[in-house]
Design a protein around this ligand. Structure first.
Ligand code: ATP
Ligand code: MG
Length: 441
């Protein structure tokens, strides 16, 4: 195993002071998987104050001193150094009531969640719980008694799903049963910790399987999902129930959190607005607005940041607008959303379409054409927003306009430019205004 220079330096420095020190946990797991991991964790028998003595003069911070963790910044790398510990009694299923420092590596590894995360390295690998074998067989298995482990910290239930999604691993049977058996304990876990894991699950390579096979667990963290489970759509666009459709849309889309969150919730309002017509066809009038409303509650509860919320909710609201491969239409939506969100809307529509009846797949070609058109508009620096208009408010004031009339006139002119009715040219626009004075004062 080849360590980074900083990681090797930290081990050497602690060893030279006669302390034991190992790279541990996710760092070892990712090394063995040949995956890049910038997050370096070290475990040592030195107590936090002793670690601070060893690294006197270096950039060292008390990040979690009561849990025995200090962080060291070396060559731009952040290395977390934690004293061997054992967690005692989890009264609330999430925080150990006492952290005891222990003397052996083996005990430290025993408190970790899964065998693949319970290995250490210094010169050789220390693997007391079968982590290497599970890694080779792509298995997620709790260290020791699975029920106990999830009772101690229910977040581990979501961490298991996250590793399964990200690494494409299978969850071992007893571990799986214990996850279902203890799922109600997730109510004790903070929304922030839940969100972090949920995001990683959504972005994993195996997201589809995890989201479909662990519905009952997801219902604990997002009860609104229950509405969608098994809800048949009764129309020719669809071959899946609402939940499966959303999951398939997520899995077929780009690995981008905003896009995937939008797809996960884009149809969540459908069951609430469902109606059947006389021919037995299902309709979901206004479902985008209803989905947005429900998604807003979920995103607020899980404490997503404002920027994420705003983007996701806008995408949900517009997920089913009709986009045509026409310059006018593309410019209008570029103006409304900006380029970045417009690109995401295209990806949302792609994902949505991939998860519908395959006979509608030709919509993808339309979306390709829209992207080509958009690229052309951007490349040619065509005007699609007020910012790009060849005149601005000051020009209009110079023409004698005042107050609200200025803003209204700018918007009217932008509309004319978007429709191709006048060219985006300062002289021509001014001429136009002068000859249509009545409309502009
Ligand atoms: P990543 O860094 O990719 O999120 P990780 O497994 O490294 O994954 P960290 O949160 O960095 O996760 O934790 C480092 C190590 O600490 C883990 O590999 C595991 O050994 C241990 N660990 C983390 N969280 C828990 C937990 N909730 N219960 C038990 N052990 C944990
Ligand atoms: Mg880590």
């Amino acid at each position: 195993m080849k360590l980074t220079a900083s990681a090797q330096f930290v081990l050497d420095k602690l060893n030279q002071s006669n302390y034991k020190a190992y790279i541990v946990g996710g760092t070892v797991r990712d090394f063995l998987l040949n995956k890049h991991n910038t997050d370096i964790d070290v475990t040592t028998n030195a107590l936090p104050d002793q670690v601070k003595d060893v690294f006197k003069g270096y950039k060292i911070f008390d990040t979690g001193i009561k849990h025995g963790t200090v962080s060291l910044l070396i060559n731009g790398e952040l290395i977390e150094i934690t004293t061997f510990r054992k967690d005692e009694k989890y009264l609330d299923n999430r925080h150990p009531s006492i952290v005891q420092f222990v003397s052996t590596l083996k005990k430290d590894l025993l408190r970790r969640d899964f065998t693949i995360n319970a290995m250490a390295y210094n010169i050789r690998i220390y693997d007391y719980y079968g982590g290497r074998e599970d890694l080779a067989n792509k298995i997620i298995r709790a260290v020791g008694d699975a029920n106990e482990r999830f009772r101690e910290d229910a977040l581990r239930i979501l961490r298991a799903l996250r590793f399964s999604s990200v690494l494409g691993f299978t969850i071992e049977e007893k571990t799986k049963q214990a996850m279902f058996g203890n799922k109600s304990l997730l109510k004790n876990i903070s929304h922030e910790r839940i969100r972090e894991e949920f995001d990683k699950i959504l972005l994993g390579q195996n997201a589809e399987e995890v989201l479909l096979n662990y519905e009952k667990i997801f219902e604990e963290i997002i009860p609104e999902f229950a509405l969608m489970y098994g809800f048949e759509q009764h129309n020719e666009h669809h071959i899946y129930d609402v939940y499966t459709h959303c999951v398939k849309a997520v899995a077929s889309s780009k690995k981008d959190l905003i896009i995937r969150l939008a797809l996960m919730f884009h149809d969540i309002g459908k069951p609430n607005v469902f109606s059947l017509d006389e021919q037995g066809r299902g309709h979901f009038y206004n479902h985008a607005v209803e989905s947005k409303k429900i998604a807003r509650d979920i995103l607020n509860r899980l404490k997503y940041d404002n920027n994420t919320k705003k983007q996701v909710l806008t995408l949900i609201e517009h997920h089913d607008v009709v986009l045509n491969a026409e310059e006018k239409c593309v410019k209008r939506w570029l103006n409304r959303l900006g380029e970045d969100l417009f690109d995401k809307l295209i990806e949302v529509q792609r994902g949505d379409n991939f998860a519908q009846h395959p006979k509608h797949r030709d919509r993808q070609i339309k979306l390709d054409q829209i992207v080509t058109l958009k690229n052309k508009i951007i490349e040619e620096k065509n005007c699609f927003s007020l910012k790009q208009l060849a005149i601005n408010g000051r020009d209009l004031i110079a023409l004698g306009m005042k107050g609200r009339a200025v803003g209204q006139a700018l918007n009217k002119i932008l509309n004319l430019v978007l429709n191709g009715e006048i060219e985006n040219d300062k002289t021509k626009i001014i001429e136009y205004i002068k000859s249509n004075k009545k409309c502009y004062h």
